[in-house]
Design a protein around this ligand. Structure first.
Ligand code: DGJ
Length: 740
């Protein structure tokens, strides 16, 4: 049993072959944290790891005591995980141990996405109950340890078993007190079109962290952080990961106290949050996924990739090869008619593309972004035979058809707004801030979710629609719900996201074979919460190959390739004006869920031939890309960022694909090598370049090589000599590695 309870020492030890997580009940009944790290002997006690010595001018409650779910008001002055306002106005809590329950498997979290097991033997769970006798606050901490993963999933239930109402003003998903502060905090920061850049800072006494209060997880910060030892690399050094399975406002922070204990918290952003609990009512937090790697960031990413791909993503498409798609957005924007779309689709079909996605502009009178959101009725001026007509024509070509929606939004110029102006979020008597000329529907109101479900289901039933792109293009301002009383307005944002999840749950339930791709102006809601419903997401609106190196690298730290939509677009690129070779655009987009975002009918004969080869190449390797192990080799965030390399290797190490990218060409480049990882050192591999060539990369590297050599000596790069003059900037090379 991987969860052990020692009644004498009152220790709880969650353990598998790679990690141990140990908590204990102190004399005062508080639940303390003893250890999280490499697996420890299950037969020993670790209670001595509690260090309760006196530090001058500190309270008996313990300034530095390491707690599992700290409350506030009794000697712990660090940021609390839980704050409960009681009927008398106080917020002091004494949560003491009241019991626990251990069982095989893992229960779902009502109304929230979460990791899961398919067989109870895959994980064990302990529920630990704490109780504050005075207020009647009952806290249940859920911990699941997965048998074969270095991961502990945590969540919390808070119940009011008292007689008076309570109000939560903070209920984090997890809090973890680490015994030292020698860590760098890694976060994924950015903005629209440059999401998830890797940021590192050394933690210092005081508080540091990231958050979102935009109503979604946001482009600006991602609900994932790691703590790594200074100098840690992809393969060396301890790293802890903290991911949140949530798509709304979040907080992830680290507070270092005067004694170098580092408290990490992750959960719903307490800023602007409150939740009223009437007697008998309960609140469930989202799930936090904690992971540990003794050997660098690469293994930490492995843990998240495997868990999120196999036990967070769900349904029909989880394990199936995702179709190569073409999306018309950058090809036409709003300016299309049926003929134009069929021309794109017809060409795409000839090139081997499997799915045609009709993006924004098919409904209402939407010829620009000022109108019609909410009116999910086809615009017959553009599509005289309706969605049914175009979908059937695409199907007749032998392709699948997909459709764009932005369910949560309403344009002021729309029938929906005319009928239900009160459905749009806003504070009565105050002007509403528009974002992209649109307003947001109050998804916390069940009647709005019902309406959207019926309307969108009707469209999905009306035609052969195999794919839905669910977009969300603005942040939420003037947060306020007409459906909530004044003392419940703090519930607004969480209720909004619960409504989004409800609609996702109902639509994916009613249309289990439809592939959902999430999107929020690219990667504005690229998080583990949405991944539970939509197994892939449009990673960024920036489709430039060079920008994508950083975006996909950063995203890969916490998320699998199977979650990252990656498309080849036209040049000059629409976001940055850069002209990159078609081969490089594909070589970057291959490392994700591959597709095109252009008007295929405008491609010349040579480009068409090249695209056909790209599509065939991706199809041949897509199982490897979508399910293999992704390894980052050369970071675009390090040094001058001129070179990036990564690879994906199959589970059995028999097959790998390596991508190498060079931003600017320089004359007479130094010789360099690229050491691969994850191969079988004893195996022999055939190395080939794709497309095949006679350049230096091909001359030096193609042939049979040992796995030991490829990992020890590496691929030989930089000997391009006179070839360099032909390569130009934005050059890339793919290496296919196959065991013989
Ligand atoms: C933002 C998305 O990220 C784009 O891909 C596109 O769907 C537009 N919205 C459409 O308005």
């Amino acid at each position: 049993m991987p969860i052990l309870w020692n009644p004498e020492t009152r220790e709880i030890h969650l353990r598998n072959d790679s990690i141990s997580y140990i908590a204990c009940i102190f004399e005062n009944g508080y639940l303390g944290q003893l250890y999280f790290g490499p697996a420890l002997d299950p037969d020993r006690s670790y209670r001595h790891l509690y260090r309760g010595e006196f530090k001058g001018f500190s309270n008996s409650g313990g300034e530095f005591v390491r707690l599992e779910y700290p409350a506030r008001g009794n000697g712990d002055f660090r940021a609390p995980a839980l704050v409960v306002k009681q009927a008398d106005g106080s917020t002091v809590l004494d949560p003491v141990y009241a019991g626990h329950r251990i069982y095989a498997g893992k229960e779902p979290i009502p109304q929230l996405p979460a990791t899961y097991v398919e067989d109870p033997a895959e994980a064990d769970t302990i529920e630990i109950s704490l109780r504050d006798a005075v207020s009647g606050t009952e806290i249940t901490l859920y911990y699941t340890i997965f048998r074969d993963r270095p991961v502990v999933a945590r969540s919390v239930r808070v119940r009011n078993s008292g007689k008076k109402p309570l109000e939560l003003s903070s209920a984090m998903s997890a809090s973890l007190d680490l015994p030292d502060a020698d860590w760098d905090l890694l976060s994924l920061a950015g903005t629209w079109a440059r999401e998830r850049s890797v940021k590192l800072r050394h933690i210092e006494p005081g508080s540091q962290g990231i958050s979102s209060s935009r109503g979604s997880s946001s482009h600006q910060q991602n609900p994932f952080v790691a703590l790594q030892r200074p100098g840690a690399t992809e393969t060396l050094g301890e790293v802890y990961g903290f991911g949140l399975v949530y798509s709304g406002n979040f907080l992830a922070d680290v507070e270092v106290d005067a004694f170098d204990v580092a408290r990490v918290r992750i959960g719903i952003n307490p800023d602007g949050f409150s939740w009223r609990l009437e007697p008998g009512a309960e609140f469930r937090t989202p799930e936090a996924v904690l992971a540990y790697s003794p050997s660098g960031l690469g293994n930490l990413s492995d843990a998240y990739h495997g868990l999120y791909r196999e036990r967070l993503a769900r349904g029909y498409w989880r394990d199936r090869p995702r179709p190569v798609l073409i999306n018309n957005w950058e090809g036409t924007y709003f300016d299309f008619n049926e003929k134009k779309l069929l021309d794109i689709a017809g060409t795409a079909k000839d090139l081997g593309i499997e799915l045609f996605v009709l993006d924004d502009g098919w409904f209402g009178e939407r010829n620009d972004d000022h109108t019609s959101l909410g009116d999910w009725f086809v615009d017959r001026k553009k599509l005289p035979d309706g969605i049914e007509g175009i979908a059937n024509k695409i199907e007749a070509l032998g392709m699948k058809f997909g459709l764009w929606f932005e369910p949560e939004m309403v344009s002021e110029k729309s029938k929906l707004f005319a009928e239900h102006p009160d459905w749009a979020i806003g504070v009565p008597g105050r002007p509403r801030t528009e974002g992209r000329n649109q307003l947001v529907l109050d998804m916390g109101r069940p009647e709005i979710v019902d309406y959207l479900f019926n309307l969108i289901s009707g469209v999905l039933r009306s035609a052969p629609i195999s794919y839905v792109k669910w977009d969300m293009n603005r942040n939420i301002t003037e947060p306020y719900s007409l459906a909530l009383p004044p003392d419940r307005q703090g519930e607004f944002f969480h209720r909004y996201i619960l409504g989004v999840y409800d609609l996702y749950e109902r639509l994916t339930g009613a249309f289990p074979q439809v592939l959902f791709e999430s999107c929020a102006s690219g990667g504005g809601r690229f998080d583990a919460g949405i991944l539970a419903y939509a197994p892939q997401a449009w990673t960024s609106d920036d489709s430039d190959a060079i920008e994508r190196l950083r975006i996909q690298w950063g995203s890969s730290i916490g998320y699998p390739l199977s979650s990252m939509g990656a498309h080849v677009s036209a040049v000059p690129n629409h976001q940055v004006g850069r002209i990159t070779p078609l081969s490089t655009r594909a070589a970057v987009a291959f490392f994700g869920v591959f597709g095109y975002e252009l008007d295929a009918a405008k491609l010349g004969p040579q480009e068409r031939a090249e695209v056909a080869l790209q599509v065939a190449f991706y199809k041949k390797h897509r199982d490897l890309v979508q399910k293999g192990r992704f390894l980052r080799l050369l970071s675009p965030f390090e040094g001058d960022g001129n070179r990036t390399a990564w690879m994906v290797v199959s589970k059995n190490s028999r097959e790998a694909l390596v991508g190498y990218y060079r931003v600017l060409n320089r004359p007479v480049a130094p010789m360099s090598t690229l050491r691969l990882r994850g191969l079988d050192p004893k195996a022999s591999y055939r190395v080939s370049t794709w497309p095949a060539g006679a350049d230096a990369a091909s001359r030096y590297n193609t042939g049979i090589r040992g796995g030991d050599e490829l990992m020890g000596a590496g691929l030989l790069l930089g000997g391009d000599g006179w070839d360099a003059g032909k390569q130009g900037d934005f050059w890339s090379r793919l290496f296919v590695i196959e065991a013989v």
